[in-house]
Ligand binder design. Structure first.
Ligand code: SF4
Length: 221
């Protein structure tokens, strides 16, 4: 498909999803950039709902990067245990807290280059923080829902999050980079689920080459 046609199809997809999910937004609870950074580190291989349960107490106990450095590794591991991979996440959080304290006066930096230098912070986390805490469009967050929907809607055939992001950056208008993943995540949870997507009720059905109404094959089966 020519790039212009693809861009037009993406615009229609975004328009329909904005109408369907007018409240789509970051579902990780946070009240500042630092909390969002911690919540995003915790969300690796974990549901946002579980992270929100854990951060309810966590953010009361730890309010600044220094607070995470005052406790032992074991204590922080206990506090975040139920999010899974808690040993690695503890290392990332304490490593990040150390760099923030020593090099950024305890503040979260606002450039992707500086964020990527924090231990355990990859592009996805950096994009989440810049987009949702600072309103800076640095890229498109690609998670499992964005990957699945991008494939089904034929927006990318790439396999890695980095390459899918490059495909999306080329066709999604920059003003929508931050909202786009939230729209796809909302739609991925409600309708275009990994198994048994409800194509018959999908607002994108006419725009989707994978619809089982067209192919006769259930996506994800
Ligand atoms: S038509 Fe089906 S496969 Fe396509 S986006 Fe909708 S639910 Fe997903």
């Amino acid at each position: 498909m020519a790039n212009a046609d693809l861009k037009e199809r993406v615009r229609k997809i975004i328009r329909l999803l904005k109408r369907t999910y007018p409240d789509a937004k970051c579902s990780l609870n946070h009240s500042n950039a630092f909390e969002l950074l911690i919540a995003t580190i915790l969300s690796a291989q974990c549901t946002d709902a579980r992270v929100n349960i854990v951060t309810q107490d966590l953010f009361r106990k730890y309010r600044s990067p220094e607070d995470y450095l005052k406790v032992s590794e074991k204590e922080l591991q206990r506090d975040i245990r139920t999010t899974g991979f808690f040993r690695n996440k503890t290392k990332s959080i304490q490593g990040t807290a150390k760099v923030l304290t020593e090099q950024h006066s305890g503040e979260v930096p606002e450039t992707i280059e500086e964020l990527l230098e924090l231990p355990g912070v990859a592009r996805k986390t950096a994009n989440v923080v810049l987009g949702n805490a600072f309103g800076i469009s640095s890229g498109v967050v690609v998670d499992t829902h964005v990957t699945r929907l991008s494939h089904r809607l034929d927006l990318s055939t790439q396999k890695t999050a980095e390459k899918i992001e490059q495909d999306l950056i080329a066709i999604v208008p920059k003003k929508d980079w931050v909202l786009f993943p939230h729209l796809f995540i909302s739609h991925g949870r409600a309708i275009c689920r990994a198994r048994n997507p409800i194509c018959a009720e999908c607002v994108l059905e006419k725009l989707c080459p994978s619809s089982y109404l067209k192919t006769g094959v259930m996506p994800g089966s």
